[in-house]
Design a protein around this ligand. Structure first.
Ligand code: ATP
Ligand code: MG
Length: 355
């Protein structure tokens, strides 16, 4: 991977006596799509605003292409910005909204006109060029917001919940448009969302935050398949957290689902493991040698899949299975059912609660 384009070193933000962002290190690479996810109040917006220069860090350093920009004001950083509330100029039409940044920069009328037309084309709004922005739908307004941020050809684009105000279907459509724009233009996107599936779908790397700290940074499949902390496991995907004990030789983990072999040894003693809800089978299956029994307590039908909320040895276990697989089992609440596991899917995490 290329060297970092943007770098945060021990960047911290304190408001009064509360810490919004604990000292944080982060490297962002040229041309990557980075998504920051995490629950409400975990410090996503604050982190983005410090990168934008809208908030100054209480401590630490931010550098861009090797230069310290910690105290450089926002307009001199020349990063593009897209916010959840699009903050368009209501008295201006679409073209004037998009042209705004170029006008400020005293670009010639001719060039403005050419670049606005090109940008309208890119975001699919050519037919709306002279419409007043207040008459546009949410999705159209959002595309104006994006076009306005991109028109000045910023090297880095910061997006704070850019699809937050849209309905679910439009969100999906905008996600792929954003990804396409970012690829076509070769820009660095730093995108904040609390929607984990949006981040997994469009990001090159995902940053998972919790109470002011980064807990994990990785490719979407790394974060999804191998969450490294309890919070990441609970926030990304649907995971079972199993508390148990690693044997004295470090080779097995004993928990509510029995004694499970470990793929890689782990220090003996109390430990926490993560098992994805969709890595459990309700039928005997090749490669799923370990059998356990659970009591079915609730079912949740979501279309192609069904979630079984079960318990085993006092622990809650969620099993996500395909609706077809469930049909042959005909589950009834209160009954006990066998489940089959693939121990390779189990991985142990560093969890202060069991250390
Ligand atoms: N200007 C401010 N003054 C005081 N506290 C603030 C200020 N801005 C943010 N905070 C606090 O800092 C913490 C982090 O806020 P932030 O807006 O970064 O969260 P977030 O992750 O973006 O959440 P959300 O998903 O709800 O947008 C919160 O506890 C918030 O109340
Ligand atoms: Mg926010």
């Amino acid at each position: 991977m290329s060297a970092a384009q943007l770098e945060l070193k021990s960047v911290e933000k304190v408001f009064g006596d509360s810490v919004a962002v604990h000292p944080t290190d982060l490297e962002v690479h040229d041309g990557e799509f980075l998504s920051i996810i995490g629950p409400s109040g975990c410090g996503k917006t604050t982190t983005l605003r410090m990168i934008a220069g809208l908030e100054s860090p209480s401590a630490g350093r931010i550098s861009f292409e090797g230069k310290d920009i910690t105290t450089v004001p926002p307009h001199r950083r020349e990063f593009g910005m897209v916010f959840q509330k699009f903050a368009l100029f209501p008295h201006m039409d679409v073209a004037a909204n998009i042209a705004y940044g170029l006008k400020l920069r005293k670009v010639s009328k001719r060039e403005i006109s050419a670049r606005v037309d090109e940008m309208l084309e890119r975001v699919g709004l050519t037919a709306f060029k002279h419409r007043n922005v207040t008459t546009l739908s949410g999705g159209q307004q959002q595309r104006v917001g994006i076009a306005r941020a991109l028109i000045t050809k910023p090297r880095v684009v910061l997006l704070d919940e850019p699809t937050g105000a849209l309905d679910a279907k439009l969100q999906l459509a905008m996600q792929s448009q954003l990804k396409q724009l970012q690829r076509d233009l070769g820009l660095t996107f730093i995108h904040v969302t609390h929607n984990q599936s949006e981040a997994l779908a469009i990001a090159d790397r995902v940053v998972v935050m919790n109470v002011g700290s980064i807990e994990q940074v990785g490719r979407p499949e790394e974060v999804f398949e191998r969450p490294q902390t309890r919070h990441v496991a609970e926030f990304v995907g649907r995971n079972n957290i199993l508390v148990g004990t690693v044997s004295s030789d470090g080779s097995t983990f004993s928990c509510a689902l029995g004694e499970l072999p470990l793929a890689t040894p782990w220090p003996a003693g109390p430990a926490t493991a993560v098992l994805r809800a969709d890595a459990i089978s309700v039928r005997p299956r090749e490669g799923y040698p370990h059998r356990a029994e659970v009591e079915l307590q609730a079912l949740e039908y979501t279309g192609a899949r069904v979630s079984w909320f079960t318990s085993a040895g006092g622990s809650d276990i969620t099993v996500d299975v395909s609706t077809r697989a469930t049909q042959s089992v005909a589950p009834e609440l209160g009954n006990r059912y066998p489940i089959w596991l693939r121990p390779g899917e189990l991985h142990l995490i560093d969890d202060h609660l069991t250390r």
